[in-house]
Design a protein around this ligand. Sequence first.
Ligand SMILES: [Ca+2]
Ligand SMILES: [Ca+2]
Length: 460
Amino acid sequence: MLKKIISIFVLTAMLFTTLVLVSCNGGGKLPQTGDTEAKTGPITKPPPEPGEYPGGVGIGTWNANVYFDDIKVIDQTSGKRETLYENNFEEANPMEGFNYSTHIGGAWAKSEGDLAVIEIAGAEAAEGAAANKVLEFKDDTATGSMIWFGDNKWEFYQLALKVNLVKGASGAIIYFGVQDDQNYYALNIGGETGKNIYIEKVSNGKKEVDSFKVPYELSYEKWFNVSLNVNKKDIDIYVDSVLLFAYGKDIREQDVLKGGIGFGAWATKYSLDNIKVTKNDTGEVLYENNFDDPATLNKDKFEAFVAGDGWWDNKETWEQDWRVVADTDSESGHGNILKLSYESDKLMNGAALMLKESMNNPEKWNNYTLSVDCLKDSGDEGFMIHFAFLDDRNFVRWNQGGSGNTISCFQVAFDNKNPVAKPNIKDKYEVGQWYHMDIILVQNRVYAYVDGVLKQTWAR
Ligand SMILES: [Ca+2]
Ligand SMILES: [Ca+2]
């Protein structure tokens, strides 16, 4: 049975604020609406402009055995930050207020054995060694389990919870903007194949994928946080503390990441192979080179730049530095590779070798995936992979293993010679080891992977 809770407008009535807080804090349950709605009287202040994602929230699974814990919904209307809902599954009747449905396209039929609050301990417990009660979805063959709760008038809130994928082929689902079981949104962590994360929109019982499907390597038997900040027009969605989506956000044309690809370096020698650029939507291959044919590296195809505040002694004669050579380690299977091998007494800082055709057609060179294999030969810094390059004052590069092989970051120049570092993360690359990189541009956002694992993401 749907148990409605007090609306956020009730919170504005000072008379009842204390009563509501006592209800929220006592046992982590949704306060019961009862007859309080009738007593609230007229609203003295006009309500804020309505949000675009009103609704309750929920949790569920797709082909996975999953634990959930520490679900919290915080009101962000006018910065009040009051707790609208809280459930750590430690109190009596922890499943009170739940509605049960099946996610569109799934075949979950709720059964007693599948869904239970269980006690876990030791390394499994979210709070370390202490025993901890969590909600478990046990049946890893069930598809589209859906529990939803809250108030379909919630508009501006933060939803935070902890998730642990125990096992299964796919993953967990977080529901939001739930009006009813035919109209809602779903953050599908793992998707139906366990390989990506995306947002689904369900309208009148019809489901459609409504975001880019972000490739994602799920980690099992590990607690991670999921949070959604629901604003008026858009929703910031974090998985494992990484902002994966700014769902619904208007993207200005000038912020779309578009432009060429290329490879740079800062006082570091490295090797490259298997460059491939593919359009995300059509799969069209925009460029591909495994350097079987050394003649594909030539001045008709490539142009040298100094990107940023560096210096490159051999810029005009770049073929002396970047060369196609046979990989001396035949077991690597790389055959010919592109090697950066400059003379050590020449300066090589901020050198960028760019693919000409990729810079000349930015309307085509956007929303692409750039894949490349990289191996560090020597030097203090790491790899510099360029993308969205328009000229030497407008570019983005992924600087991996910079600052003495301790950090990685995106370095962004936007009508500026000196790039600005966007989030630094701790990072390190071993000499003599091949790494596979994927850089995916989706409108104004970049997702960057090493060996299939998302390392960092940033949006202009
Ligand atoms: Ca708990
Ligand atoms: Ca090759």
